[in-house]
Design a protein around this ligand. Structure first.
Ligand code: PAF
Length: 284
């Protein structure tokens, strides 16, 4: 496995991998890898001949009061995990390589970037879209894989790829969860032992809400109950408990087409997000 830090060497290494019509899959990450990332890498190996994983803590997607400085960095450990899963290249550019002096270009995906995370983290999705577009240009993969854990991010990237005719297939992979149901996230490392015990109320409250919606209960009442349950479990502030159209992420008040339940809430200093599909069969 090669660890590469400059675009020129990356291009040469990827060209060599592509020889003989071989297919390349990209797994973009910010490092601090866990089983969720590894499930992306394993899936990537199934749909391509070679896997390139990027590790880049992208400063432009962090707000001024967010955790850029504290974000866990453990490249040697990450590289060992990636090598164990048969990754061919780790693309780990420096900030200066990704954003050379004079860099001023930004990609802003309208519509789907607006609500939810977009409303609570201004500029976040511009940072994500720009770096992901750059990663696609740098690696030029046939497919790229993203976790459904960051559901809105996946929707933003899908929209960008369509709008900009980017020649890459986007594959969304189901959220990996701990045994108790908490979605795996690099930020779970910030939780104290007590908070980690409380955190399970997030998927539990969401699963109860999904079941209530499937049973035909009024969305507004269900969302209010979920919010109250999270507040009672010690979450706060709760940024949103929302029911949104599965594709556009516009808010939905009555269930007719595929929808998603999405939550962002803080537990102590840690901001957790999660989402679940809402089954709309038999609801129209
Ligand atoms: O999901 C992430 O880890 C990041 O947002 C991504 C897609 C690697 C872009 O920096």
């Amino acid at each position: 496995m090669q660890i590469i830090r400059d675009v020129k060497s990356l291009r040469e290494a990827v060209s060599a991998l592509k020889a003989g019509d071989k297919k390349i899959a990209l797994v973009p990450t910010m490092g601090a890898l866990h089983e969720g990332h590894m499930s992306l890498v394993r899936r990537a190996r199934e749909c391509a001949d070679h896997v390139v994983a990027s590790i880049f803590v992208n400063p432009t997607q962090f707000g001024p009061n967010e955790d850029l400085a504290a974000y866990p960095r453990q490249e040697a450990q990450d590289a060992a995990l990636l090598e164990g899963e048969g990754t061919a290249i780790v693309w780990a550019p420096t900030v200066a390589e990704m954003y050379p002096a004079g860099f001023v270009t930004s990609i802003s995906v309208g519509g789907v970037s607006g609500p939810l995370e977009g409303a609570h983290r201004p500029g976040h999705f511009d940072g994500v879209a720009t770096v992901v577009c750059k990663l696609f240009q740098q690696v030029q993969p046939h497919v790229a894989l993203f976790g459904e854990k960051d559901y809105q991010q996946l929707a933003v990237i899908r929209r960008m790829v369509i709008d900009l005719n980017l020649p890459v297939e986007i594959i969304g992979v189901a959220t990996a969860r701990a045994e108790d149901g908490l979605a795996l996230s690099s930020r779970n490392a910030y939780l104290s032992a007590e908070e980690r015990r409380q955190a399970v109320e997030l998927p539990n409250a969401m699963r109860a809400a999904v079941a209530a919606l499937a049973a035909g209960e009024e969305p507004e009442a269900v969302l209010a109950q979920a919010r109250a349950r999270l507040a009672a479990a010690g979450f706060g502030p709760i940024d949103y408990v929302a029911l949104a159209d599965a594709a556009s992420l516009e808010p939905v008040r009555t269930l007719a087409s595929p929808a998603r339940l999405l939550v962002a809430a803080r537990l102590g200093k840690t901001r957790l997000i999660d989402n679940f599909a809402v089954d709309t069969t038999d609801m129209d």
